[in-house]
Ligand binder design. Structure first.
Ligand code: FCB
Length: 493
């Protein structure tokens, strides 16, 4: 290990020259304007309007109104000094029913966004699919239906031709594992299905869609623009004796099930047959498509998961049920810090995930395409949002990223989730992840303390020494890794 701090300033951790600092959002979470300019209905419109699916009955109908206010949002990015902005394109704005004629007004919107970004020297990073499938495609079977992958390739071709190489990086899919698992197996996300065989089919067709889209984008833009995919990894850790097998099984079924096909062209050995697509669905050439060499890999990291042996009908403190894994429960060790999502705060999990990717795909450029935390933010009487927890979370995770780079991982950029508070899927507007606080009544955006912190990091390409990071009072509490070390009951995988 070579802890080279670079410029002699005590404790300052420098990132490599050219490291890309960005922020992420996604279409349904920020755009609003769901009936405008010919946009078609997506599965999230349907899901959010179904009673009981989203906290408080919230919907993305208005969200941050970014469709109309993208100039305001560009101003925020300028204020922060961002190098890149990761956004997603709403498929149903481009092809309202997911197939057939292109809706020019939808394309014009993204063209304006991309040229606005370029005008400010910000690299546009476009995700083609961030969970908002056109409803008409879902009506025909959605991701469980092979044709959806073909439709996605057509849509990707339209995007690549229209937005061309103005887009600096293309991401085919965001977290396909969540789309298959939450969308088709546990039903907590759109389209809300709870069927193992649909989920297994969706898994395969998402991978196929990715492969076909890589091919389509490259054909439209030969050799020009980097293409990759964003995968979410959650280290699974066994808490207590006997849970090692369950942790390894979850790792296979929820991490490696996308990682191995994309990087190595095969499904993981350790996954159960019920989770894997049946052989009949896998046509010759599919796995080669899914594993086409990538220009980069995007990683979304939030937290690890601890699991232990337990009874979902007789839960103990810190436990919650784990659908589909009999005799095993999720466990949040009470002594470990967590965010208000209940997600554990463990920067070492990010370090571990980066090292895993570096082992699996040596030298492939990696980007952290999402990382961040929800907190109980509020505007104080002086009009400030002092989100000390978020500053501390970011500082801890950026330190983990820096350590990984220092240990040889080819990490090329970091995107915070999120630029601003937005529609947090099934949690609605109750969970705030932004660097900017959004007053959803007035659509006013207000920089939080974390915006100043992150801006300083992005501008200086360095993480200041932890004593000067602005984390304030909470920085004196034990760091997550200290807390983890102090825990003797919790094992690691
Ligand atoms: C990720 C999603 C993103 C956001 C964060 C908190 O899984 O990709 O849209 O909701 O979680």
């Amino acid at each position: 290990m070579n802890r080279n701090h670079g410029d002699g300033a005590p404790g300052v951790r420098r990132f490599p020259p050219g490291f890309l600092w960005g922020a992420s959002t996604s279409a349904y979470q920020v755009e609003g304007a769901v009936h405008e300019d010919g946009r078609g209905r997506s599965i999230w419109d349907t899901f959010s309007h179904t009673p009981g699916k989203v906290h408080g009955g919230d919907t993305g109908d208005i969200a941050c109104d970014s469709y109309h206010r993208h100039h305001v949002d560009l101003g925020l990015m300028g204020e922060l000094g961002l190098g890149a902005y990761r956004f997603s394109v709403a498929w149903s704005r481009i092809q309202p029913t997911g197939r057939g004629p292109v809706n020019q007004r939808g394309l014009d919107h993204y063209r304006a966004l991309v040229s606005g970004l370029r005008g400010q020297g910000i690299v546009p990073v476009a995700t083609a699919y961030h969970w908002d499938l056109p409803q008409a495609l879902e009506d025909d079977g959605g991701w469980a239906h092979r044709d959806t992958a073909e439709r996605f390739a057509e849509y990707a071709d339209v995007l690549a031709r229209a937005l061309g190489d103005e887009v600096g990086m293309w991401i085919t899919l965001n977290e396909p594992q969540q789309a298959a698992n939450q969308g088709y197996r546990v039903g907590t996300h759109a389209p809300g299905k709870t069927d193992l065989s649909l989920a297994a089919a969706a898994t395969h067709h998402l991978l196929l869609a990715h492969g076909l889209a890589v091919e389509a984008i490259r054909a439209a833009l030969p050799g020009n623009v980097p293409v990759g995919i964003t995968i979410d990894l959650h280290p699974f850790r066994a808490a207590g004796d006997g849970a090692e097998h369950a942790a390894a099984l979850l790792d296979a079924e929820q991490n490696r099930i996308f990682l191995e096909p994309v990087l190595h062209g095969s499904y993981p050995d350790g996954a159960r047959a019920q989770v894997l697509p049946p052989d009949g669905l896998i046509e010759p050439g599919d796995m080669a498509l899914a594993s086409a060499p990538l220009d980069f890999l995007g990683l979304n990291y939030y937290c690890p998961h601890y699991v232990r042996l337990g009874d979902p009908d007789d839960l103990r403190v810190g436990e919650s049920p784990l659908t589909g894994y009999p005799g095993v429960v999720n466990y949040v060790p009470p002594e470990l810090p967590r965010t208000n999502m209940g997600w554990l705060i463990e920067p070492d999990g990010l370090y571990d995930a980066l090292r895993t990717l570096d082992r699996e795909a040596p030298r492939l450029p990696l980007y952290i395409t999402e990382n961040g935390c929800a907190a109980d933010d509020y505007v104080d009487p002086e009009g400030r949002v002092n989100d000390f927890e978020r500053v501390e979370y970011l500082e801890g995770h950026l330190d983990a990223a820096w350590r990984a780079i220092d240990d040889g991982v080819n990490l090329a950029g970091y995107f915070v989730w999120s630029l601003m508070d937005n529609f947090e899927w099934a949690r609605g507007y109750q969970r705030r992840f932004g660097l900017y606080f959004v007053d959803f009544g007035t659509q006013r955006r207000l920089p939080k303390r974390s915006a100043a912190f992150y801006s300083e990091v992005a501008r200086t390409n360095a993480l200041p020494s932890s004593s000067s990071n602005g984390a304030g009072p909470s920085s004196s509490s034990p760091s997550p890794s200290e807390a983890r070390k102090a825990s003797t009951t919790v094992g690691s995988n």
